[in-house]
Design a protein around this ligand. Structure first.
Ligand SMILES: *Cc1c(COP(=O)(O)O)cnc(C)c1O
Length: 340
């Protein structure tokens, strides 16, 4: 049995989720006639207090659709230099939207209102038109950290003053909601658009939902079609999202506890260097002494534990639905036994 901490995308559907898929009512979603997709979109829109939702095959597609819908070619998008939309979407902002990025330094993948305000271009023909700010919560490269809500409100005020759209890459927004006990409707009221992933901590095999106003989602639906993301009987997949909203949301708390338990074991070891604060289900730390991340990952792999070397000095561990308390116990034991 392998214990896989490489990503929370490695989960397999549970028996209950498979049952939900088999029982799904479906239709042709390009014609708007898939009841399961319509139900999931409505359920997510209601959850965040947004007018409408759009089921997309992946979080990358949701983000890319949102960016395309909010910008014109030649525009500038402000985000963290560690943002998924910037570093992990294949240059999609340039490819799909023809826009360019103004990456900001921020802290752990989170940017602040002062930085955003300073990065907005003046109304000058030499400059790209700044039209969109993208935030990420939780921040993946930031070790699953959660934005300070007051900072989000300050960024929102800057966006309103300068008539910029505000998009949230909420691939792991459910983790942030569970960790901070915030009201999802506060997010809906603050962001012009939100993309959430169902294929991460929620444990679905695929899928993401993009949320926004009626007009925004109408435009997003056109863009999804152009990208080849208009699906037919994908209600079999959307049913997994409905199932996850009903069964997997609150249990994210358990993933967060597991991450903290593994972090505590690592912090006992002298080879563990700087570790980013563990706020949700992601653990990122530096290795010191004789361990390189590649050697560390290889050692654990022989013990049946998979982790990822994400830089020449850093290891990432992600907990999720398929990680049981017994697996965490074994991991802690293996870490304790490692030579220092
Ligand atoms: C995983 C992820 C996405 C989208 O990923 P897909 O694999 O395309 O669904 C977007 N943003 C962040 C921060 C992510 O971690």
């Amino acid at each position: 049995m392998t214990i896989d901490y490489r990503s929370d995308t490695f989960t397999k559907p549970t028996p209950g989720m498979l049952q939900a898929m088999l029982a799904a009512e479906t239709g042709d979603d390009v014609f708007g006639e898939d009841p399961s997709i319509n139900r999931l979109e409505a359920m997510m829109a209601e959850f965040f207090g947004k007018a409408a939702g759009l089921y997309c095959p992946s979080g990358t597609m949701s983000n890319q659709i949102a960016i395309k819908a909010h910008t014109l070619p030649g525009d500038e998008v402000i985000c963290s230099h560690q943002a998924h939309v910037y570093i992990y979407e294949g240059g999609g902002i340039a490819f799909n939207a023809g826009a360019q990025v103004r990456p900001l330094t921020g802290d752990r993948g989170m940017i602040n209102a002062a930085e955003v305000a300073a990065a907005i271009n003046p109304d000058d023909v030499h400059k790209a038109r700044t039209s969109l700010v993208c935030l990420e919560n939780t921040s993946n490269r930031g070790g699953g950290c959660c934005y300070d809500w007051d900072e989000i409100l300050k960024i929102k005020a800057v966006c309103q003053e300068h008539k910029l759209a505000l998009h949230l890459d909420g691939a792991r927004l459910f983790n942030a909601l569970v960790a901070t006990r915030q009201d999802p409707k506060a997010y809906g009221a603050t962001f012009d658009s939100i993309s959430v992933c169902l294929n991460k901590g929620m444990g679905c095999p695929m899928g993401s939902v993009l949320l926004g106003s009626e007009a925004f989602i109408r435009e997003a639906r056109r863009i999804r079609k152009k990208l080849g993301g208009g699906l037919r009987q994908a209600g079999y997949m959307a049913a997994t999202g409905i199932y996850a909203m009903e069964n997997h949301l609150q249990r994210l708390e358990e993933d967060h506890q597991h991450a903290k338990m593994i972090a505590n074991a690592l912090l006992e070891k002298s080879f563990t260097g700087h570790m980013l604060p563990v706020e949700t289900n992601i653990l990122i730390f530096e290795l010191e002494a004789d361990w390189t991340p590649v050697a560390f990952a290889e050692y654990l792999r022989r013990e049946g534990i998979r982790v990822m070397a994400i830089s020449p000095t850093q290891i990432r561990i992600v907990t999720h639905l398929d990680v049981t308390p017994e697996m965490v116990e074994k991991t802690v034991r293996v870490i304790y036994e490692m030579k220092e």
